[in-house]
Design a protein around this ligand. Structure first.
Ligand SMILES: *Cc1c(COP(=O)(O)O)cnc(C)c1O
Length: 358
């Protein structure tokens, strides 16, 4: 062997594909491909970032104390039950690193968040994808049945990225009762703030008092801080401690810590924006259904069109109209709810698509 040799697990790991920016040169161009929040940060959040920037010669608070305390207060948990990282994807990586070794298994729904197979593969563990049903919902009984004595973690993505529906309370409790207490149930609630289905529980309430349930949340979506990378886990203290042990030292920058705190303080204003996005989501979903599309219950800040083999072609047609969307080849297309003009352009594109096909 003449060159450095990588771990065999790497060969089978897909690359993370980020949503494309809009094509250049269009009269209007909008990015609806990465589930970002279209609103700019609130003025107080920018001011907090500027203040934190004054001490960039220093390392951040490694314990992330003030943010963890603010989150613990918000949720009524002990500060030891919180762990954070550079986005909740990082927290998920740390969680898997804490739980999994080669030969272990991680059960998740599929199609779901594309980071899961990558993160699982990197640990050397084996991903066990369980197909979502025709409505894009998790098949929780099938997921429970996929648990073996090698299963370390079972991931529930609710609302599910990219298909949209969220898991209901009764089915979630049945799942948790069905899996052995040694299996950690990780509930990814990246889009929790956008949910309006009354059957969907707050997973933090489900996790409360249970030793094998942990919840992941992020500041990237509803809170609009995708560029700063900060997310967190709330769960049993031993699980949070294990995640903190695996975390990259100083992984959450001081700007990220301070803006996250400022966002929690500006929550009322932020949640007004989330409400406006939910109104837009309802408008877009209704208009799509009117045009003749089937739209799985959209509980995040995005809608899903199961275009199958036409997904890439549809995304290219949207590109031509000046909106970039996110195709998952062979499966469907995920479209973020953006600013109203962007959403209108999208509806023009979907209408044209159907007309062109007679
Ligand atoms: C966006 C997203 C996350 C969080 O991403 P970060 O920016 O790393 O916090 C986690 N899970 C799902 C399903 C997501 O879509």
């Amino acid at each position: 062997m003449t060159t450095p040799q990588f771990r065999p697990a790497l060969a089978s790991i897909p690359a993370y594909k980020a949503g494309k920016p809009p094509a250049a040169g269009k009269a209007a161009s909008y990015k609806l491909s990465s589930n970002e929040n279209p609103y700019p940060p609130l003025p107080g959040v920018i001011a907090a970032a500027a203040r934190a920037a004054e001490t960039l010669n220093r390392y951040p608070d490694m314990a992330v104390s003030r943010l963890h305390t603010a989150l613990a207060d918000k949720y009524g948990v002990d500060v030891g039950q919180i762990a954070s990282g550079a986005g909740s994807v990082a927290v998920f990586y740390h969680l898997l690193q804490a739980m999994c070794a080669a030969g272990d298994e991680v059960v998740y729904a599929w199609r779901s968040f594309e980071a899961y197979p990558i993160a699982v593969g990197l640990t050397g563990a084996c991903g066990v994808p369980v197909p979502v049903d025709d409505a894009g919902r998790h098949d929780l009984p099938a997921m429970a049945a996929a648990v073996t004595d090698r299963t370390k973690v079972l991931v529930v993505c609710t609302p599910n990225n990219p298909t949209g529906p969220a898991v209901h309370g009764d089915e979630l409790l049945r799942l948790i009762d069905a899996v052995p207490p040694s299996v950690l149930v990780a509930i990814d609630e990246a889009y929790h703030e956008f949910v309006d289905d009354p059957e969907v529980p707050d997973a933090l309430e489900v996790a409360r008092g249970r030793d094998n349930v942990v919840v992941l949340r992020t500041f990237s979506k509803a809170y609009g801080l995708a560029g700063l990378r900060v997310g967190y886990a709330v769960g049993p203290a031993p699980v949070a401690e294990a995640i903190r042990k695996c975390a990259l030292p100083f992984g959450v920058s001081s700007i990220a810590q301070e803006t996250a705190i400022a966002s929690l303080q500006a929550e009322a204003e932020l949640m007004q924006r989330v409400e406006a996005l939910k109104v837009e989501r309802a408008r877009i979903a209704a208009a799509l259904i009117d045009q003749g599309w089937q739209v799985p219950s959209p509980q995040g800040n995005f809608v899903w069109l199961a275009l199958g083999d036409e997904s890439d072609e549809f995304a290219a047609a949207c590109d031509d109209m000046g909106v970039s969307v996110r195709p998952f080849a062979g499966d469907g297309v995920r479209i973020t709810i953006g600013e109203p003009q962007a959403n209108d352009l999208l509806l023009t594109a979907t209408d044209k698509w159907l007309r062109d096909r007679g």
